[in-house]
Design a protein around this ligand. Sequence first.
Ligand code: F6R
Length: 609
Amino acid sequence: MCGIVAAVTQRNITNFLVEGIKKLEYRGYDSSGLAIIDYKNNIIRIRCVGKVNELIKKVYKKKILGNIGMAHTRWATHGKVSKANTHPHISSNIIVVHNGIIENSSILRLFLQKKGYIFYSDTDTEVIAHLLHWEQNKKKDPLKKTIQNSIEKLYGNYSMVVIDKNNPSRLIAVRSRSPLVIGLGLEENFIASDQIALLNITKRFIYLEEGDIAVVTRKRIDIFNKNSTITKRKEIISNTEYKSVKKGKYRHFMEKEIYEQPESIRKTLENRLKNNSKIYFSELGLKENNLFYHAEHIQIVACGTSYNAAMVSRYWFESLANIPCDVEIASEFSSRKLALRKKSLLITLSQSGETADTLSALRCSKNLGYLGNLTICNMESSSLVKESDCCILTKAGLEIGVASTKSFTTQLTVLLMLIAKIINVKKEKNNISNKIIQTLNILPTRIEEILKKNELIKNLANKISHKKNILFLGRGDTYPIAIEGALKLKEISYIHAEAYPAGELKHGPLALIDQNIPIIIIAPKNSLLNKIKKNIKEISLRGGITYVFSDQEFDYEENMNVIKMPYVEELIAPIFYIIPLQLLAYYVALSKGRDIDQPRHLAKSVTVE
Ligand code: F6R
């Protein structure tokens, strides 16, 4: 994980580095640091444990003047959270920041220790710094050649930026299965893990590709591919708006992103519902239609919230399009021997497109004989998009809060559109695809209605925020919504929450029921409602306290509380019912004073397996 920014500029670099690294805090926020070569050619390094704001306070206490430097925000993988383990790491004249994991770092560490290197940290990054220094001194090669020699010895997925104090006019960047983007300025250039760090200074970007090494000075960028041949990479102009990364009137990004959902769904639908009867994805062509036509099975792989969205879609693929669908957690998918289904289409689902487990699952799948692969992703320039046969973008806009909200609902929107598209392509059941399209058109308005119910949800949050355990129940396509509701609550409030299919209670979890464990139940009007009502009765009879989210009337049961929801069409009920659960998690976390946008131990983009 971790975030990197680096620059070689014509003006003083300090502000740029701290502002840039602040924007990458979503990639990890255990500790952060920066190193600048000042005008007297000294390396000034400042590091501290905690959020980037701690670093900023320290940096502004000193007056540092320099034109080349790098900064890093860390999510610990090698070595605990401590100042000594915080990047940048230095070996004499070599300064390094790095994202990812060097798998053979213990062997290299022993080797370098035997050569006399002293380690001040437990990190694999310090191993890189010493290795570069050792290689450079052994052969007296230029730094780029030294880096080429050294990376042959490094195993793992990583990206890094290196500065040599003895030649302080250039940055060298390496991409090895972990993204890096170069931002182009006027007689100054920048490097970052994500363009978001650079959007306020440039819109012009070059994405490095696998195995690329870039030598970046103020006036030049030379990129060498994995065969060490000088190569040209395409320059792109980003149309991402810088303002979309500000909180505006909201207290937290998560709150803003919850309220943005009607808009992000509208954007996701825009120009894709043709004449209200056909789905059109400009990203896809005839080749993909052919892929959909032949698909007889869908295999989805994803992690976390994206996995929960995939779980909802499994119900839809099978009930609406009659296509068998399996969903698997990405890390499990790539770690077991699979029996391939006939004519199976692999779909990866990801907000960031950089989730290492999902990327690894995609890479594993390529030799297995799938019909083809499609990624549904929010980040157009991500590795997952680049490495997939085709992609559909979710268009949620930038999501900064670590807890995914609008990416989940836009993923579900795309998945429903995809199902309608597949039905169209297979020329089957057009009435169903028409119904999907009509209902999707109503979805943003329905979500606006539910967002107005926030006072109701705040009251419930006050009632349950002191609890230690909370159960979530759903049935059918709202069971994955119960899982997602529980995930939201636990990740930002740190309350233990678990989800079950309501019918499964009597097979064990009923033993947990007492007055201390609130039970949240999602019970929209559908064919399973009567069964859910029976489950509620079973809980009430045993003294359990239920909070039922529903648009229906219920006979009174003891300790039952109904949170009355507005009407929603059955088809889109799963998308609609996650909204109150997102709000519930948000208000519970707010009342507990949690760090909502950056919950402890987490990071938004999980770029390590
Ligand atoms: C939870 C959350 C994570 C992500 C997961 C996958 O709120 O955000 O569970 O959903 O890490 O990330 P993406 O979708 O970027 O692959």
